[in-house]
Ligand binder design. Sequence first.
Ligand code: DPP
Ligand code: ZN
Length: 845
Amino acid sequence: TVTQYLADWRPYPFEVTQTRLEFDLAPRTTRVRSQIGFRRKDTGDLVLDGAGLKTLSLAIDGRSLDLGLIRADQEKLVIPAADLPESFTFEAEVEIDPEANTALEGLYLSGGIFCTQCEAEGFRHITWYPDRPDVMAPFHVTIRSDKPVLLSNGNPMSNTTKEAVWHDPWPKPAYLFALVAGDLVAISDSFTTMSGRKVALNVWVRPGDQDRAGYAMESLIRSMKWDEEAYGREYDLDVFNIVAVDDFNMGAMENKGLNIFNSKLVLASAETATDGDYERIEGVIGHEYFHNWTGNRITCRDWFQLCLKEGLTVFRDQQFTSDMRSAAVKRIHDVQTLRARQFREDAGPLAHPPCPDHYQEINNFYTATVYEKGAEVIGMLKRLVGEAGYRKALDLYFDRHDGQACTIEDWITVFEDATGRDLTRFKRWYTDAGTPRLSLSEEWRDGTLTLNFRQETVPTPGQPDKPPRVIPIALGLIGPNGDEVLPTTMLEMTWAEQSFRFDGLGARPVVSLLRGFSAPVTVSREITADEQALLLAHDTDPYARWQAGHDLALDALIARATGVTDGAEFRHAIGGLLADAESDPAFAALCLWLPGEEEIATTIATRGLTPDPDAIHAAREALARDIASAHEQALARLYDAMDNPGPYRPDAEGGARRSLRLACLGLLSRIDAGKRAGTLFGAASNMTERQGALECLIATGKDGDALVAFAQEFGSNRLVMDKWFMVQPLRTAPGLAVARARELAAPPDFDWKNPNRFRALIGGLTGNHAAFHAADGSGYGFVVDWLMRLDPVNPQTTARMCSAFETWTRYDAGRQAHARAALSRLAAMPGLSRNTAEMVTRILA
Ligand code: DPP
Ligand code: ZN
């Protein structure tokens, strides 16, 4: 396998002036004719990418080329510079087989619908092309097919039966190309932009699904409006199309003017989708729409810069969700996701910086680090330069780089030019992997509080030395009576060790540290349970307040899992929280959901100890039971009070009440033998409560009838049945979960070639911490068996799911031996894909 290095990047020696494509669609034999206009910019051969193409003819300015120029083993076509004029038209005719395309990269069929996925390097599976993001061109596309709906990027030019012509005037790289042909119906609306242009909007779904597409359309309209108001960005074509397909490797794709979505991120109704599903739909519709400026109008020079568009677009979709819903809840959710996925990645063999400098397979770098940490880095940048500086920098970015393919360097320069700040040191966040650990020790004397900070980042693969980074530390001080004696103040840490002093204080305050989670670091400090309880009760910053409660819970759980105390402080703090829960149901819900087993394991490992998955599971169950017994009446009262009369509305307010209700139910099920969950499952009219109740029933082993009823009701709905496949391995008691996953994986219902279904069942099991990490290795073995089965069919999804193993070295010797054996079996499989090979090699290294 070949490693690609950032240092080897060279500009492409040609400009593409126009790309014309003609498709004659047929499931087994699709013909693609291309005419590509090239103009020389620099010396060098013409090198084109192509993979798995049956090439019928090649020509330059009408003169046929020898097919011997194709270097099939390298997936390249090289035409010597000497044979090329300054400007010329390259033509090719190729044949491809969409029906055989199970990898879902390039042109493929999903339930009879022709569709494409070209990011990152899928276009080379369609025809010969300079398949790199810095080659941008206008596209003119003709589609011929019997299918009734024929779509591509840009604006429609003509549309007769069996032929449609589309023209996209905005120069774009090949990864943003898209084509759809199928038996589809649209729900339609329109949006008038801030300069008064009317844009036609369509959400295309399979006939019968229209009644579940409305929320996607509303979300799109909100996104378009928000991007105008928050960033001054207007849409730039006459139409915007969204298409839902069932077989998709990712969540969705931002192809210019034609976004293609995994149907689970489009279709929703109260009966079939949870509050979480609705929020994700709104967020991802926003995300893909926002890419129109951050990704499409301004794209990436090369794939090492992926986080230029993804980090920024995640940051933008986070802002959007904060504005549409609750900013505090959104921030806490984002921190939870970052910790669960990115911190874990950063601490293991797959650690890499947001801007990596080498890769073998770029599809393996659509990671939590590139996306979520990429967004955190922008959040820090914004905190450092302030609201006005950020706005100025973004205006300059859009102004200076519109129509270009850019780098992180360009991005940082824009901030330097707009604000006059030197950001040389800040750039390390992009180039260095690993999560810094921030330690705080305090000194108190005569009304002066001195805070001594230290930062340290442990080595990551290929990066032994970690110089200090710029860390924005937002903090406040809370007096012993609960009053805030210092409002939020931003400290800037630039050295390995740094002290800050606060004078004139009457009594020793408690530090409310890292408010708003002002930097993606782990914190190590001495703080008593009483001080944490004080912050939980009085902190003015919602994130820091939640964090205090969360730390209290985490400490209680870790103490139990390692056999020390019983977490009385947390149980006690919960009492105060419950008394006041109705005033802020969202906050109470966030506090009542105990930290997950994976997070407990990660925290134990960070403290240099070996996590024991069975002990962690037992400790969490025991603490939940104790809380339920100690507060049974208050929980039961709250559970009843959070009933949601009236029609379901997927908004933040209703969601908060349901979340609190289900948090109470989760605790109460531990002591009422699933009685309330059984009642709710039968009575609930929305999927949020339905699924929540079902999960409780599975966890208590009282699920038999409910699962049958669920399957009977929803058997024909793929997306809902994905939930059925996911919650069983996820929530079944660890000792029984692998056996249950094995039963579920038996034919005929487990349609494993569908990525959603595969992720539901296999991902459900890897999400059950104590089951996946079963001491006898059965979890590892089961998962690897399925990865080996999927790899020849769909390398991309297989490789991404390998990351379940990224923590294997933190467990005991017995578990490590089982994990190594399973991974070695995968590594040794003949014909293993490049994608999976890279992942397994890195994980085992
Ligand atoms: N579809 C993926 C995303 O939007 C990759 N661009 O993040
Ligand atoms: Zn994206």
